[in-house]
Design a protein around this ligand. Structure first.
Ligand code: NAD
Length: 284
């Protein structure tokens, strides 16, 4: 039976380290990092995220400001605001909350956030550093998965790693991070699934990360004995939240497995804070 990789417990350890680092930075430089969240219009899912971000930031000694613009804000106005925030020395890092109102190009807005203030680690310059194997910040979910893997104490060197999903925020950066650790990395995606060969790849995985968004896509009996399984998927099915991996079957075979919810999710906000602190140190 697999050991559970409990995100909450791992996040607590990470938070304790970030908190003490922020305290010593404050003592030395007389100021704290500040994360600014930019929200366009009101919506329920952003409200949940910003509430959680504020709580975590403040518990770590990081200043947090939420700037809400009316949903009538134009693209040009939002772009001007981001350009001004980039120049504001009092702001360490900026996150654009999604979704944005219709007619607003979120990708374009996010691309205007200066790489030095890129709280989510999604600027091409910061993604490029991951490719070069020289990075301190990165996309929060991919960074959270790497923390979960690290918490197992297992070496990644030479291991067969399979990443299912190749999105810009999870699968692709994660594949690069695994390569940087010398895991033998395979990336599967919709093309793999439609060709019918997903099970063949998954069955080889000693490290399996699934980030697709389809409940139960990966069957329990595909899991290799002793595999480490990280399920990033979040799928609402009726009144339940399920992952992309069939948990019951997979946990019979894996050595470690993340629960859903409670695996990757609790660590991602902590990674946002760690990115903010790393940007702050660079700016000092
Ligand atoms: P996405 O929609 O951008 O990408 C989905 C990926 O799955 C694509 O690479 C696609 O090619 C692949 N795919 C689709 N069908 C497939 C199939 N049948 N076989 C193999 N691959 C297939 O998704 P995303 O933004 O990367 O998110 C993936 C999941 O992770 C979602 O459930 C999302 O809610 C969740 N997520 C969780 C967190 C967290 O903090 N826990 C953060 C981000 C995303």
């Amino acid at each position: 039976m697999a050991k559970l990789l409990e995100g909450k417990v791992i996040a607590e350890g990470l938070k304790a380290r970030i908190k003490s680092e922020v305290e010593s930075l404050k003592a030395k430089h007389g100021k704290a990092p500040k994360l600014l969240a930019l929200q366009l219009g009101e919506n329920a899912s952003s409200a949940v995220y910003v509430k959680a971000q504020k709580k975590v930031a403040e518990s770590l000694g990081i200043d947090y400001e939420l700037k809400v613009l009316p949903d009538t804000t134009s693209q040009a106005e939002a772009e001007t605001l981001i350009n001004n925030l980039n120049k504001d020395a009092g702001i360490t890092a900026i996150i654009l909350q999604l979704p944005v109102p219709k007619g607003i190009d979120a990708k374009k807005l996010a691309s205007l956030i200066a790489p030095q203030k890129d709280a989510e680690g999604m600027h091409p310059q910061n993604l490029g550093k991951i490719l070069l194997g020289n990075y301190k910040i990165g996309p929060c979910t991919a960074m959270a998965v790497m923390e979960l893997l690290e918490s197992t104490g297992e070496k990644l060197y030479g291991k067969e790693a399979v990443v299912v999903g190749h999105s810009e925020i999870v699968g692709k950066p994660l594949a690069l991070m695994l390569l940087n650790k010398f895991a033998t990395t395979t990336v599967c995606h919709i093309g793999t699934g439609e060709r019918g060969v997903l099970p063949d790849h998954v069955k080889k995985a000693e490290i399996l990360i699934v980030a697709v968004g389809k409940a139960g896509l990966v069957k329990g009996d595909w899991i290799k004995d002793g595999a480490i399984v990280v399920d990033v998927g979040i799928n609402r099915v009726g009144d339940k939240i399920l992952g992309d991996v069939e948990f019951e079957g997979a946990s019979q075979k894996a050595s470690f497995i993340t629960p859903v919810p409670g695996g990757v999710g609790p660590i991602t906000t902590t990674m946002l804070m760690r990115n903010t602190v790393e940007l702050f140190k660079d700016q000092l």
